[in-house]
Design a protein around this ligand. Sequence first.
Ligand SMILES: Nc1nc2c(ncn2[C@@H]2O[C@H](COP(=O)(O)OP(=O)(O)OP(=O)(O)O)[C@@H](O)[C@H]2O)c(=O)[nH]1
Ligand SMILES: [Mg+2]
Length: 246
Amino acid sequence: MNIPEIIKKIRKGDERTVGQILTLIENRNPSVIPLLSRLKAIKGKALRIGITGPLGCGKSTLISALTGEIRKAGKKVAILAVDPTSPFSGGALLGDRIRMRRYYEDRGVFIRSLSSKGPHGGIAPGLPEMMRVLDAMGGDITLIETAGAGQNDVRVRTLVDQVVLVLMPGTGDDIQALKGGLFEIADILVLNKSDMEGAGIQMDILRETFQEGISKNPPVLLKTDSLRQKGILSLWKEICKKGEMK
Ligand SMILES: Nc1nc2c(ncn2[C@@H]2O[C@H](COP(=O)(O)OP(=O)(O)OP(=O)(O)O)[C@@H](O)[C@H]2O)c(=O)[nH]1
Ligand SMILES: [Mg+2]
């Protein structure tokens, strides 16, 4: 492996090279270790955003919509989508591909799907190393989709600058999970599918829950309809606002 050559390509944003390196990391191929050590010295500027939440709440759709806003703002984005191994979401990878197809020709968008391969807390093995590679690409934003709404998601907190927790109407259990401490990892709480019945009530419950003062630093509460691109600009603005305080 010609490390200086590869580093040059990564920094130029060569997607093929980056893809190959990510595959080596995903396969836990030890030949990539010297490269990763060298990459440690390169400090990227990307703001890292974790997008997490229960299966099917619309994380991927939200990411797709948010990517539109990010590109309108002229920023470059890298996306890592961790596909849960759950049989329910066997179609997730394909779904993500179809949704994201509109960005395939866009050099300002890099997308990679990963399999989470078991109980790694919604986090694919090698994710921290992959983020190092993406950072070296020099993008402005890195989005990481992880699935699940349990204590497992807490691990994503350590890898990113901000966590966006996505919920959808009609999932009372999620509120319990939030009360159980999950909310502590969220900087922004998004009620997605706000077009669905029960969204208003759910929003009230969430607002009450957080205004009751169960947290000293309550997350910002927003609602979105990712399919119709509603509330996405507000989410993007909120991310930027928090990013400036970094
Ligand atoms: N009505 C409505 N449907 C939505 C919205 N956002 C996403 N969906 C739909 O919800 C389903 C799941 O969306 P995904 O984006 O795949 O959800 P996800 O959270 O990424 O799913 P997993 O990765 O499998 O956990 C799809 O059929 C979407 O079209 C929304 O704002 N409103
Ligand atoms: Mg998804």
